[in-house]
Design a protein around this ligand. Structure first.
Ligand code: ATP
Ligand code: MG
Length: 238
């Protein structure tokens, strides 16, 4: 049964990945065809190229995410852990988000003890937390609140990213770590991503010997919790 499940997951992933790449490429091709169908003034070429560039940027991000996930799963990335100060790392990240959250009148608070360290790959941990913060900012409506809290015990560090957003319905909650899963029913591109952010965050946490959890209540908000072991997993350099 487990083999069958893994097989089905792979099949779905390949189908989703092809769909996610083909749809925007078909749209790009259509747009190019229409523009080339007759001579146009310079401004028209410019506006078409600007629109194409945005779509291409999205596709670049999508292929980078896919490549990164594949490498994480194959274990072909060098782990190279460093001792990192969680307070410094997270506060710097929250500072960078400031323009974005101010634009949405979202209040972000941090509660992170000084001197809490973690062993990890800085680039990838930043990516993990950024994906969680990005979701919190994106899905929380204007005037909402986000709390980034951390705590530690001798065994592990826990980082909580809590928001006062719409929450995720229970029937979707088990799936949010799946690749390409989006809880909103309409899969329109409007403001939405590919559905890879949490899958990547999940794999990064796992790669560090930790894990990621989600709790959510519709109408109240969502909390993502990252658990990271204090000691680095042994021999991850392969
Ligand atoms: P991407 O991160 O690839 O740009 P995404 O944000 O749609 O796209 P994920 O970050 O993997 O993908 O999140 C999966 C889904 O889980 C989202 O589409 C959204 O429906 C739901 N979700 C994630 N975080 C939150 C949150 N903080 N509040 C409400 N819903 C959330
Ligand atoms: Mg996301």
């Amino acid at each position: 049964d487990r083999l069958q499940e893994a097989f089905e997951r792979e099949r779905r992933f390949t189908a989703d990945a092809s769909h996610e790449l083909r749809t925007p490429l078909t749209a790009l091709k259509g747009r190019i065809g229409v523009t080339l169908s007759r001579p146009r003034v310079r401004a028209e070429y410019e506006s078409t190229l600007i629109a194409l560039e945005q779509e291409v940027d999205r596709l670049i991000r999508l292929s980078q995410d896919l490549l990164f996930l594949a490498r994480l799963e194959q274990g072909s990335l060098a782990f190279k852990p460093e001792k990192l100060d969680l307070n410094r790392l997270l506060v710097a990240m929250v500072d960078q988000l400031q323009p974005l959250v101010e634009a949405k009148s979202i209040e972000v608070t941090t509660d992170i003890p000084e001197g809490l360290t973690v062993f990890g790959n800085p680039d990838h941990l930043i990516r993990l937390f950024l994906n969680l913060l990005d979701n919190a900012v994106h899905y929380t409506p204007e005037g909402g609140r986000i709390l980034v809290r951390a705590e530690g015990d001798p065994e592990e560090r826990r980082v909580y990213v809590r928001d006062t957003g719409p929450g995720i319905p229970a029937e979707h909650l088990h799936h949010v770590f799946e690749r390409f899963y989006r809880a909103q029913t309409d899969r329109s591109r409007e403001g939405g991503g590919a559905g890879l952010g949490l899958a990547i965050a999940y794999e990064i946490a796992r790669w560090h010997g930790g894990h990621l959890e989600v709790e959510s209540e519709v109408g109240k908000g969502t909390t993502l919790t990252v658990h990271l072991p204090v000691r680095p997993p042994r021999d991850r350099s392969s």
